[in-house]
Design a protein. Structure first.
Length: 293
């Protein structure tokens, strides 16, 4: 019966993830819509050359990996902190209210998030320029022209949107811990800090490791909405906000080259595949039980 319950998920996975994999052939084709995918001429590795020979190849790769690295570490720390704090709330109704509040940003469309950010950062009517900066007697900042601020802005927006969702996953793991562990710790005089570090975190470490491995598996992929829509596709910010996904999109708009886009996606998938193998190997060396495979 348990295996039968997984059937809808397995069917969805096959239809959505495995059947379309034959399209990877586009990465090695010079697509001609008249001839179709199978009849188009082979392009060899020419589609990959566009990505690697570009002047922006280093910048987009650096941005993608650096941002995702910060997201993984910061979101993990904040999500665990939020989950631990919610766990300390004894009133179930209040705890559920906080869970719903923290989850709300995750289900908001990135388009809406972009305009929420714009309402804060707009030069003339933004809340920060009109209210907050005036308190410190500072001149208005043109946020969409100053690239130096955006690494921090993007990290904050990403954390605001995703920490709540992650915290609920960790909270679900925490409430599954047997309460007898905590009762025994209290009898031994363990403080809250000791209970968290010696009981809670070690017992939910398998969940933490799985979530981290899944995040590492996508380290070469970026949230397109975050890096394209939130900065409003502003030209002055491209050096700071450009990632592999936004670079491919802009190239697609200008060139309409489907093969190049497929090559970039294939490159991301291959690198992410080996990264997850490497990360899982490192975890397996530390603890075989906590590894994914």
């Amino acid at each position: 019966m348990l295996l039968l319950m997984t059937l809808p998920g397995v069917v969805y996975l096959i239809i959505n993830n495995y059947i379309p994999m034959y399209g990877v052939i586009l990465a090695f084709k010079n697509l001609n819509y008249g001839k179709g995918m199978w009849g188009s001429d082979w392009a060899g590795l020419d589609n990959f050359k566009f990505l690697f020979n570009s002047e922006d190849a280093y910048i987009i790769t650096r941005n993608t990996i650096a941002y995702n690295g910060v997201f993984i570490v910061l979101n993990l720390v904040l999500a665990l902190l939020v989950a631990l704090l919610i766990n300390e709330i004894k009133d179930k109704a209040i705890a559920k209210f906080y869970q719903s509040t923290f989850l709300l940003p995750h289900i908001i469309s990135m388009v809406i998030v972009a305009y929420l950010v714009y309402s804060f950062l707009n030069v003339e009517s933004g809340l920060i320029n009109r209210q907050l900066i005036k308190w410190f007697h500072i001149d208005a900042i043109s946020w969409y022209s100053e690239a130096g601020y955006w690494p921090y802005i993007l990290v904050i927006v990403n954390a605001w949107k995703n920490v709540g969702y992650l915290s609920i996953i960790y909270f679900a793991a925490i409430i599954g811990i047997d309460k007898e562990y905590y009762e025994a710790a209290k009898i031994d005089g363990a403080s809250k800090w000791k209970q968290m570090t010696k009981i809670t975190l070690p017992l939910i470490s398998p969940v933490i490791i799985v979530m981290t491995l899944l995040a590492i598996s996508g380290i070469l992929r970026s949230d397109f909405g975050l890096f394209y829509q939130v900065p409003m596709n502003t030209g002055a910010l491209i050096q700071t906000t450009n990632t592999i996904d936004t670079f491919v999109y802009r190239a697609m708009v200008q060139l309409g080259d489907v093969g190049m886009s497929a090559a970039a996606g294939f490159y991301q998938s291959i690198v992410c595949f080996f990264l997850i193998l490497l990360a899982n190997y490192a975890v397996r060396r530390y603890s075989k039980e906590d590894a994914l495979f």
